[in-house]
Design a protein around this ligand. Structure first.
Ligand SMILES: NC(=O)c1ccc[n+]([C@@H]2O[C@H](COP(=O)([O-])OP(=O)(O)OC[C@H]3O[C@@H](n4cnc5c(N)ncnc54)[C@H](O)[C@@H]3O)[C@@H](O)[C@H]2O)c1
Ligand SMILES: [Zn+2]
Length: 361
């Protein structure tokens, strides 16, 4: 078991990474909260598989526990499910001395976190992420949100958890496709600022895909340390934190163009990473060797690197300019200069963006 820390002054919190942690949730959590009542939020799959053990552990630690289940999938980041969770908090009379436990993937973390952020102007919550995506990315950093019919994550708040508890053994039940899609955020982090982490993924790819818990613990902890350092320097995304969007301007646009129902987020971002690196190579910022190194790893991880033939580069460009990360009409892009370093650029010509996209078909 490894304990890391997100340093945010009064809002600082630990991230615990290890195995066999779910049955110790109560014991591990009590030093970090004074709560005596908890609402566990999870989705239909997680509820059946992991809720009982977490509930038992919290009850053994003396907490009064209630639970709520929402349907699986992105649709649960809705006003309807938000309202249901709020109703449950009211019905069970939770107050500022209570807490919300987000047990599940990024959808649950975002929904439960946002609910905790606004209920009684904010009550404590803890994250127990059960997908690789949520363990290496969504659960750390305090960004919470639900979707609006007109856009993803449009209704949200920054609200830091009291604790993030990552039991890597939960990944044993996660489908391979979700393991690979979650891995993209680790590869992304490697390219942004941690060449040794990138190399670690290159060297241990088979073990990672085989859900080797020792390797996964090491990799997830390394990814979380990076995220924690970035968040500590820029909690509210006014500058540095934007580097986490590497590959995402392209990825978000592809998700939108394909109506959020074809790709996992990580798969769309994988194509985005390849496209951003292609652009950086075209502009002479990234060596052909490093471009190929990233491309090779994505391919080995069986992640997609090219756009589907039924969309056009123009449609992609249009969607990118609609993305909320656009600044004053110019795209803000995170471009790699080597494996382990990126720069933020908002002066790239549209024609160069279009050219790079066209090359990735
Ligand atoms: N807040 C942030 O900073 C942040 C960052 C990145 C992504 N996100 C959000 O995260 C969400 C995506 O997260 P996700 O990929 O975890 O999706 P998800 O929460 O929908 O989980 C994916 C699927 O995996 C299932 N699942 C969860 N744990 C499992 C397990 N251990 N074994 C088997 N199945 C399991 C779920 O039931 C679900 O069907 C998006 O809504 C995205 O916007 C948030
Ligand atoms: Zn992402």
């Amino acid at each position: 078991m490894k304990t890391l820390r997100v340093e945010l002054g009064d809002n600082s919190y630990p991230i615990i990474v290890g195995t066999d942690l779910l049955n110790r949730v109560g014991e591990l959590l009590t030093p970090h909260t004074k709560s005596n009542k908890a609402l566990i939020v999870s989705d239909a799959f997680v509820q059946g598989r992991y809720m009982p053990i977490v509930q038992q552990s919290l009850e053994d630690a003396g907490l009064d526990v209630c639970t709520i289940e929402v349907p699986t999938g992105e649709e649960s980041k809705s006003l309807v499910q938000f309202s249901r969770v709020q109703d449950s908090l009211v019905d069970h009379q939770l107050d500022r001395g209570s807490m919300v436990v987000a047990l599940g993937g990024g959808v649950i973390g975002d929904l439960a976190g946002f609910t905790a952020a606004v209920y009684m102007r904010g009550i404590p919550y803890v994250q127990i992420p059960t997908t690789l995506q949520a363990q290496v990315d969504a659960s750390v950093g305090g960004k919470t949100a639900i979707n609006h019919p007109k856009g993803k994550n449009l209704i949200g708040a920054f609200h830091q958890p009291k604790l993030v508890l990552i039991d890597v053994q939960t990944l044993e039940t996660l489908p391979q496709r979700d393991i690979r899609a979650g891995l993209i955020e680790v590869i992304k982090m490697g390219v942004i600022r941690d060449e040794p982490l990138f190399e670690m993924v290159e060297e241990n790819l088979d073990a990672i895909l085989n859900v080797d818990s020792a390797i996964l613990s090491q990799m997830i902890a390394a990814a979380c340390i990076n995220k924690a350092e970035i968040v500590a320097k820029d909690e509210k995304e006014s500058g540095l934190r934007m580097v986490l969007n590497y590959g995402h301007t392209f990825g978000h646009a592809l998700e939108a163009v394909t109506h959020y129902n074809r790709y996992r987020h990580g798969e769309a971002v994988s194509i985005g990473l390849n496209c951003a690196a292609q652009l950086a190579t075209n502009l002479g910022m990234l060596s052909e060797t490093d471009f190929q190194r990233q491309r090779t790893l994505l391919k080995r991880a069986r992640l997609p690197i090219t756009f589907p033939p039924d969309i056009t580069p123009e449609a992609m460009c249009e969607a990118m300019y609609l993305d909320k990360k656009t600044l004053g009409g110019k795209l803000r892009l995170i471009l790699p200069t080597r494996i382990g370093e990126v720069v933020i650029r908002d002066d790239i010509d549209d024609i160069d963006v279009l050219e790079a996209i066209s090359q990735c078909f």
